[in-house]
Structure formats: structure tokens, C-alpha cells
Write a protein that binds this ligand. Structure first.
Ligand code: GLA
Length: 386
């Protein structure tokens, strides 16, 4: 495999050592958006685009990192380990290493070379892929025997502490736990999960990348989290046992949130509806009723755009353009929002023509390039060579 060979070569040039190589994928999510940090359910899957890390331990206390795609290097002594402001990419690796120290593991210095085929800023969780790859690799070379779910939580913490995004658990879970040809129905409250077959006859997952740089995304993301928390606090003043939006009903919102604040109502109502929508959508998937699943995906988009307000004009444009196209079963914006990709379930034989037409119109009207990927569902984090 070409990527592995290239990684080994760069690793050898930099460190004159033989590394362990780990692959950890990006993810898609069929339905269930912004539900993970509200203790709802999600339906993600790992894809065939991934971060690759080559790593080996050192004899000293230094961390030496290389970003192969950027041709950049970074090093730091373990005693100075903290988020670095100036450059971005090392944070995902350093944050991952820091989780081992937090567990009380004795961490020596290490070398790591990173490369990735997950497009950055496309809403495909390129950062979760890197965190999971780094944690998996360190677990292996340190022989710490940490179980996968614990590693998922460590990767999520790395994102909180070193990237400042208070993300839910979906991305890291999907990257680590993915399984070829299955989506994961994950209950983000209990972390119980189930693999649901996702082999769609003649239908493919088409990702359309707006190429909008979502710089607003992390601050708005954290704001949405706070808005949901406020709704939970207001409901819990009246109803016992409520500590997330998971068990909140629209009736509760009518009584305790809507009268107080329309915006908080709109935000939390989207989440309450989406938690139910996922359950229904998943049943449709299990019964092979893709048409109804597709309708739910469009409904999710509308909720994200109008109620949760995490879309943008480019995402809305892409979804509206395919809404009445009989070859497109379902479409919606995916991930945190404010840019990135739409996910589309499209009849395989219609993809080429659809993309050609959309590209022309999109580039003319939005003055941005439109890129696309046909994603296949792949395995989660794994060792490539040791
Ligand atoms: C980002 C976060 C996830 C999740 C999605 C929205 O990808 O990292 O935890 O909240 O947004 O569903």
C-alpha cells in the first residue's frame, strides 16, 4: 500500500527507526446530528478515508512530530506538554499523549509521523481520526492494554482539552469502533451500541463538499451546547430526573422553555425531535425502507438549518438542489455544521450526471469549488504494520 510505504520512508529518514503504523478513519453519520452531547442516539459509520500514524518510542523525554502532508515538524519536551497556540495540528497528537499521563501511565518520549486522506474541515472528523490513531498507537507501543471504549473517551478528552471543542462522543466512537458495511447505532447515554447492516443495493453514499471554511464552527458549537444545557436546567426545575434532553418531551418544552425564551426553545426542540427521528429512521433502515429514511434525512436538514441554525447558504443550496430529484433518496448537511459536506443517498447509476450538473451550477452560483467523494463504509482503528 502506497501510503504505508511513504510513511515508513519518511519515518526512517527522520528517525532511523522502524515504526508501528496505525490507520484510523473519518466518519459519516446517517442521521442523529447534535444529539450525542444531549445523550441521544447517533447512526455513524467509519469510512475509507483515514489518518495514518507511524510511531515509535524514544530513549529520552522528547516528543518529535512530523506532519507529512504539510511538511512541518514540531517537538516538545514531555515536561512542557500543553496545548500549543501557534500551530494547530500538533495539538491533536499532544492532547492524545496527555491522556496517558492523566491516567498515570509512565510516558517516555516518542516519535510520530502523521498523514491523512480525510479532507480537513469537511465535517468528516479528520481530528477524531488523528486522535484515535495516536491513542491506539501509543496504547500498542506502551503495551498499556486499554480497552477500546476507554480509548474512545481519551480521544474525546484530547479534543476537549487540546482543541477546545467540547464535542460529543460520536466521532471518536465511529473512528475507533467502525465495521465494514455496518453503521453503528450508538446510544450516547449508556454507550450501548449495535451494528446495523448498511449494504444498499444500487445506492451509494455521496458526500458533497461545500469547501466552505467553517471557522465559526467551534465557538458556535460550544454555544449550542450551552443553549441545550439551559433548556435542561429549566425543565429539571419542574420535572424530576431530567439531566439531559434525552427524556425531555415537546410538551415539557411547551410548558417550561417556550414561555421563557424562544431561541432556547427552538434549539432544544430540534434536539428532542431529532432524537425521535433517529429511532424512526433507524427502524426504516432495518426494514429496508430507504425512501422513508431519506425523508427523515431531509427533515433533519430542515431542523438543523431553521431551528438549530448550524447550516449555511452553500449547504442549504446543495440540499435544495437534490430535494426533488428522484435519484436522490435522502440528503442533509452532516456533522457540526457551518460548512463541510452534505451526505446524500444516491442511485449509483445517477451519480456521474448529478455531480457534473451540480458542480457547474454550484461553482457559478457560490463561487466555490464543489468536490465530492463516494464513501464506502470501512473498519475502525487498526494496526497496519508492526
Ligand atoms: C461534531 C462533533 C460531534 C457531534 C457532531 C454533530 O462532529 O465532534 O460530537 O456533536 O458535530 O452531530
Amino acid at each position: 500500500m502506497q501510503i504505508t510505504e511513504e510513511l515508513k520512508k519518511v519515518f526512517h529518514e527522520q528517525f532511523q527507526a522502524k515504526p508501528l503504523i496505525v490507520r484510523s478513519p473519518g466518519r459519516i453519520n446517517i442521521i442523529g446530528e447534535h444529539t450525542d452531547y444531549n445523550e441521544g442516539l447517533v447512526l455513524p459509520a467509519a469510512i475509507d478515508k483515514a489518518a495514518y500514524i507511524a510511531a515509535s518510542l524514544r530513549d529520552d523525554d522528547e516528543i518529535h512530530l512530523v506532519a507529512m502532508d504539510l511538511n512541518e515538524k514540531f517537538s516538545i519536551n514531555l515536561k512542557d506538554l500543553q496545548p500549543v497556540g501557534a500551530v494547530n495540528w500538533p495539538n491533536y497528537l499532544l492532547g492524545s499523549a496527555a491522556q496517558f499521563l492523566k491516567r498515570g501511565t509512565k510516558l517516555p518520549g516518542f516519535n510520530a509521523v502523521l498523514t491523512s486522506t480525510v479532507p480537513i474541515g469537511a465535517g468528516l472528523s479528520s481530528s477524531a481520526a488523528v486522535e484515535c490513531a495516536m491513542i491506539f498507537a501509543l496504547n500498542e507501543i506502551l503495551q498499556t492494554n486499554i480497552d477500546k471504549i476507554a480509548m474512545v473517551k481519551m480521544a474525546q478528552q484530547a479534543e476537549h482539552e487540546y482543541a477546545g471543542v467540547m464535542c460529543g462522543i460520536m466521532d471518536q466512537f465511529a473512528s475507533m469502533m467502525g465495521k465494514r458495511d455496518y453503521v453503528i447505532k450508538l446510544d450516547c447515554r449508556s454507550l450501548e451500541y449495535e451494528y446495523v447492516p448498511f449494504k444498499l443495493d444500487g445506492i451509494k453514499v455521496l458526500l458533497l463538499n461545500t469547501n466552505v471554511n467553517h471557522s465559526l464552527a467551534s465557538s458556535e458549537y460550544n454555544t449550542r451546547r450551552k443553549e441545550c444545557k439551559t433548556a435542561v436546567e429549566w425543565v429539571s426545575e419542574h420535572v424530576q430526573g431530567i439531566n439531559s434532553l434525552r427524556n425531555v418531551t415537546e410538551e415539557m418544552l411547551n410548558s417550561y422553555v417556550l414561555p421563557k425564551d424562544k431561541l432556547i426553545d427552538k434549539r432544544s426542540r430540534y434536539v428532542v425531535q431529532e432524537i425521535n427521528r433517529l429511532e424512526e429512521g433507524c427502524t426504516y433502515l432495518e426494514n429496508g425502507n430507504l425512501v422513508e429514511l431519506g425523508k427523515k434525512m431531509f427533515a433533519t436538514h430542515d431542523g438543523l438549518s431553521k431551528m438549530y441554525q448550524v447550516s449555511c447558504k452553500e449547504l442549504d443550496w446543495l440540499v435544495d438542489k437534490v430535494r426533488n430529484n428522484p435519484d436522490v433518496i435522502g440528503a442533509r448537511m452532516m456533522g457540526g455544521g457551518f460548512g463541510g459536506c452534505t451526505i446524500n443517498l444516491v442511485k449509483e447509476n445517477a451519480i456521474d450526471e448529478l455531480v457534473t450538473t451540480l458542480k457547474l451550477d454550484y461553482e457559478k452560483e457560490m463561487e466555490l469549488p464543489l468536490t465530492y467523494y463516494v464513501a464506502s463504509i470501512d473498519n475502525g482503528t487498526e494496526i497496519i504494520t508492526s
